[in-house]
Write a protein that binds this ligand. Structure first.
Ligand SMILES: NC(=O)c1ccc[n+]([C@@H]2O[C@H](COP(=O)([O-])OP(=O)(O)OC[C@H]3O[C@@H](n4cnc5c(N)ncnc54)[C@H](O)[C@@H]3O)[C@@H](O)[C@H]2O)c1
Length: 391
């Protein structure tokens, strides 16, 4: 078969734009013609380093491409995605799909804002995006890499081939604090760690329950109700900061737990935090009626190393957010692969070129937003159960 060529552009020039670029380089099923990048800040340097063009405006970039990677701060996802869809382009949207970014007032504060307002505004944003998608020849490709992580895809195979019933999923994404400056403020991120990191294991859980329902009964099993707690541990007056954990958050949570009840009565418990030392901690465990799996996304035991002197490993990347390279560690021989980034981007380009079905689509992304903002309402009520609205 002749490979088709897909013309691509990147919006945003920060951390995620970098790993998207690396994943684009690994696409093998299609030829990628990467036209350039557009960003509010950093586009020139990003473009120069990679030998691509920096575009002044999103409009001009959209004219030249079939697909754009939306790697901007979350508060810009809706506007970028809708612009792309209105030009009948495909758009890869980074997580979270969208959210509530305040009322625009100078004194907006995520700690004290009404979480019911946050929920209804976030859902209105989702509806606008889905509406634009319906009218477009393009579509939303939701960049939830956990869906494409090899361990989660292996679990999908087990569920589909054994007809398993998942009784409980528990999982976590945690580390010692996000690097992005804008992450510290609700008005850019749409919330704190519950949405920023919790979205990953949550979406993997929502995905696997969809897979289970479709495999057995031909229809997805959706989330129904949620109980949640959030905390701001690094902002407690008595937090003793020894410099290992990021602690300059303005108005966001740094610890969360979500307990989801699905429409079939089964459950998922999702932890997310910015207070964990020892490197990134991303895992999902599935307790089913006929099997049990532990998906260790990062770290995993593909490799173990003992290094007696820190300086020996100065030039060696070990694993995301590790505090030290001395002693025992679990270097990831291909961290991006275990995390699902190249598989995700390969799959999206196949959708654009050959019409392959999308595993991580806008409907899954919408369930993630609906569940998470219902969780913020629950947390505001100290953990009272809240019903999750389906779109
Ligand atoms: N999937 C993952 O593992 C993962 C990891 C990190 C970040 N992310 C997501 O990626 C997104 C970006 O995060 P990041 O860490 O790359 O942030 P970042 O701060 O490093 O970069 C954000 C970039 O977006 C640009 N930008 C902001 N608003 C824009 C607009 N309206 N138009 C054009 N450019 C705009 C900024 O100029 C900057 O270049 C977030 O949604 C974040 O949640 C995903």
């Amino acid at each position: 078969m002749n490979k088709k060529t897909v013309r691509a552009g990147i919006v945003g020039a920060g951390f995620s734009a970098s790993f998207h670029f690396e994943a684009i380089k690994k696409v093998y099923g299609t030829n990628v013609d990467l036209k350039g990048v557009h960003a509010l800040e950093g586009a020139e340097a990003y473009a120069q380093q990679r030998g691509i063009t920096a575009y002044d405006t999103l409009e001009r970039l959209l004219e030249d491409v079939d697909i754009v990677h939306c790697c901007t701060t979350a508060s810009a996802h809706e506007s970028v995605a809708i612009a792309a869809l209105q030009h009948d382009k495909y758009v890869i949207v980074e997580k979270p799909l969208t959210g509530y970014f305040g009322d625009g007032s100078d004194d907006f504060n995520g700690d004290t804002c009404s979480k019911e307002t946050a929920q209804s505004s976030a859902m209105a944003s989702v509806e606008r995006m889905l509406e634009a998608e319906k009218k477009s020849q393009g579509c939303i490709l939701y960049a939830e890499n956990w869906v494409y992580a090899p361990s989660i895809q292996k679990e999908r195979e087990i569920i589909e081939k054994t007809g398993a019933q998942i009784l409980w999923i528990h999982g976590e994404e945690a580390h010692s604090g996000s690097h992005a400056r804008t992450y510290a403020q609700w008005k850019y991120s749409g919330g704190g760690v519950m949405i920023g990191k919790g979205c990953h294991p949550l979406t993997a859980a929502l995905y696997l329950k969809r897979v289970e329902g479709k495999a057995r009964d031909g229809k997805p099993i959706r989330p129904k109700a949620i109980t949640a707690r959030t905390h701001a541990l690094t902002r407690m007056p008595n937090f003793r900061d020894e410099g290992h954990i990021r602690s300059d958050y303005f108005d966001i949570d740094d610890f969360s737990v979500m307990h989801v009840v699905f429409e079939d009565g089964t459950i998922a418990t999702i932890f997310a935090s910015d207070i964990i030392l020892g490197g990134i901690h991303n895992w999902l465990e599935v307790a089913a009626n006929n099997h049990r799996t532990v998906c260790n996304i990062n770290p995993n035991t593909a490799m173990k190393a003992y290094n007696p002197i820190e300086a020996n490993f100065n030039d060696i990347y070990v694993v995301e957010k590790t505090g030290t390279k001395q002693g025992w560690s679990n270097p990831s021989p291909d961290e991006d692969w275990f995390t699902g980034y190249p598989q995700e981007i390969e799959a999206f380009y196949r959708t654009v070129a050959y019409g392959d079905p999308v595993e991580s689509d806008s409907s899954l992304a919408a369930d993630c937003i609906s569940t998470t903002y219902s969780a913020y309402v629950s947390a505001e009520r100290s953990g009272a159960e809240v019903q999750i609205k389906a779109l």
